[in-house]
Design a protein around this ligand. Sequence first.
Ligand SMILES: [Zn+2]
Length: 173
Amino acid sequence: MASLIATLARSLFGPPPEVLCEQVTWTAGVAELRRRTHGRRESGAFLLGGKDRRRRIEEFVFYDDIDPHALDTGIVEIDGRRLGALWTHCRNTGREVVADVHVHPAGFGQSPSDKANPIMAEIGHIAIILPHFAGRATMPGGIGVYEYLGARRWRDRSRESPSPLHVGWWPWR
Ligand SMILES: [Zn+2]
């Protein structure tokens, strides 16, 4: 109830979220990311959905489903030659990549490699980082939320309140 009231108050008076995800989609996706880490390696996913006024996450497409070796070294590394499968899936579903998420063993700060190699080098793209193998904090406020500014520069929006990422019910598109 408290969160419903907070959402309503935000929808009326606060800055609208830039990226939305239904709670059930988020919870299931995060649980699957956690499972795929086996508690010892990073995992990650492209977050697909529709873009109208806001980006709406509707589906997690896991990196190791696109590139079976993406998690082999312990940090996420996707072979660009495998991305055709992702683009085909996007075409078939009418969805596009609206954000990405990956899991870190400890904190949610961006590594030098995260900064240098954006998954989508598109200005305004949002990259999310879940700390502690997605076993503790998994909601905005306790996770990393970074906006790509271009030229390998990022804006750390992790501690913004309200967060640009809203997980849960939202009254309108
Ligand atoms: Zn990382």
